[in-house]
Design a protein around this ligand. Structure first.
Ligand SMILES: [Cu+2]
Length: 68
């Protein structure tokens, strides 16, 4: 399944790497792609292994805010 999350506060390549890395570290996430200009991250994941709440937490642990 694929989902796009809105993430506040990503400004540069480091932010992109931090968010993508945190998501890819989760078991069940296969791809994570940040669009810095749009402030979004598209995630492809196995919904039987990981949920949106876990992905939000992983992003928030990196210091960014997630909405919806
Ligand atoms: Cu940055």
């Amino acid at each position: 399944m694929e989902k796009t999350l809105n993430v506040q506060g990503m400004t540069c390549g480091h932010c992109k790497m931090a968010v993508e890395g945190a998501l890819k570290n989760l078991d069940g996430v296969s791809t994570a792609e940040v669009d810095l200009e749009a402030g979004k991250v598209s995630v492809t994941f196995n919904e039987s292994k990981v949920n949106v709440e876990a992905m939000k937490e992983a992003i928030e642990d990196q210091g960014y805010d997630v909405e919806a």
